[in-house]
Design a protein around this ligand. Sequence first.
Ligand SMILES: NC(=O)c1ccc[n+]([C@@H]2O[C@H](COP(=O)([O-])OP(=O)(O)OC[C@H]3O[C@@H](n4cnc5c(N)ncnc54)[C@H](O)[C@@H]3O)[C@@H](O)[C@H]2O)c1
Length: 423
Amino acid sequence: MASNRTAGDVKDLSLAKDGVNRIEWAEREMGVLRLIRQRFEKEKPLAGYKYALCLHVTSETANLAITLKAGGGDLVLCASNPLSTQDNVAAALVSEYGIPTYSINGENNDTYYQHISAALDHQPHYTMDDGADLLSNLHTQRSDLLGNVLGGTEETTTGVIRLNAMAAEGKLAYPVIAVNEAETKHFFDNRYGTGQSTLDGITRATNLLWAGRKVVVGGYGWCGRGVSSRARGMGAHVIVTEINPIRALEAVMDGFTVMSGAEAAKVGEVFITVTGGLHTIGRSHIEVMKSGAILANSGHFNVEIDIPALEEMSTSHRKVRPFVEEYTMRDGRLIYLLGEGRLINLTAAEGHPSVVMDMSFANQALSAEYLVKTQGTLKAGVYDVPKETDQEVGRLKLEAMGIEIDTLTAEQQNYQESWDQGT
Ligand SMILES: NC(=O)c1ccc[n+]([C@@H]2O[C@H](COP(=O)([O-])OP(=O)(O)OC[C@H]3O[C@@H](n4cnc5c(N)ncnc54)[C@H](O)[C@@H]3O)[C@@H](O)[C@H]2O)c1
């Protein structure tokens, strides 16, 4: 473990060279963030401000951190999940890029929160979260620092839900931009990113064949749509469970089998939760599952599978492969839990491909700039990424991909805005 007060706390600084290679590899696919970084280097829009970032410490996040630093931001980074840190990336950030980083893959809960606290010791003007753990810690444990904070951003659906709950109770102390709500974020990151990387994580952990497999996807939101369509693409028979009638209908009309969780539990072979909610797979489901069932979660927190119930219902458990825990149930059935029920795409694989994180993190960087520009004008609350920013990220992404699209002619524009033209 390599630790000092200014540099952070990472596993092993000698991993830095591999980390640099990994960060540079991701950068090749992050054309929008590159353009922003080049502009930030000249304009320094974040100069004079301190940032505490609590994000998955991956090669893509490293590129965001490098961009914010190029913009003049004085930042520290800690992990937003104990199992998602890429230790070589963390080492590179500390030793090659001068960004203090507090995160070690596999850290226990105490260290995880100590690292969040260390990031808060930086006394940030702005926070950047993925799941709102840093912001929530700041409001509950370190509220003495709140007076210094001017704003924040939040990356994911679960974090936005927590923020909205805080705002509704009047507990949120500063303005936060909900980056997840940008179309250039959730349309692509949640759907295509989570879709592909979740299957990647489960494949790496188990080496299973998807073709012909009965896969139950819990939740047909942005992530669930992606996971379902990618699993179908691999030849799986996909069953969707939902609580929202419209999402359930959408899944039916997209060609998936929809049934209740209770029924799906009896027939499924692989279960993937992406609801953001509590106990999508609970005791009653586990009771009726077939022996050999594999359980994985790709939602933000490790609460979607009722792991305490699984432990209670089993007589023993053992690790049979990295990321695979085999539970022997009282009746002799074997149930397999992947990645301790934490988001499997980041625990057993590498998270989203850089090409989608490019758009998510472009929204983060531009939101950071927007918060500085609008300083003092936004009241405490949850805000969307401005529509123009979202559109601009989409435009730049197309440009980076070398794709041209059409624009309306003046005549077409006029027609769109009129109400008196018929056939
Ligand atoms: N793994 C990743 O890298 C990654 C990336 C993005 C988002 N996320 C996380 O994934 C989760 C889902 O995000 P999203 O953007 O798809 O959210 P979403 O709100 O679009 O979708 C969630 C869906 O789950 C359904 N649902 C809720 N409870 C349910 C239950 N008990 N049974 C069945 N369905 C239920 C809801 O009706 C909704 O349709 C969140 O926790 C989010 O933070 C993870």
